[in-house]
Design a protein. Structure first.
Length: 63
């Protein structure tokens, strides 16, 4: 299994509660739901590593 990065995340309690409800609806853990939401946001922004594997920090410098 691929090594996973750890991250301390502070959330507004209302945001956490909304994510927890969403996670429960989708039968996911809160952690998995946050990762899912981040992947959706990355894909929507055209920054998903799978969609654009060669994108680098330098690519954004000219934008």
């Amino acid at each position: 299994m691929t090594e996973r990065k750890r991250l301390l995340l502070r959330l507004d309690p209302e945001i956490h509660a909304a994510i927890a409800r969403w996670a429960g609806d989708d039968l996911r853990s809160v952690n998995a739901q946050i990762e899912y939401a981040l992947r959706l946001a990355l894909r929507a922004a055209g920054r998903s590593p799978r969609d654009n594997p060669r994108r680098t920090v330098d690519d954004d410098a000219g934008a």
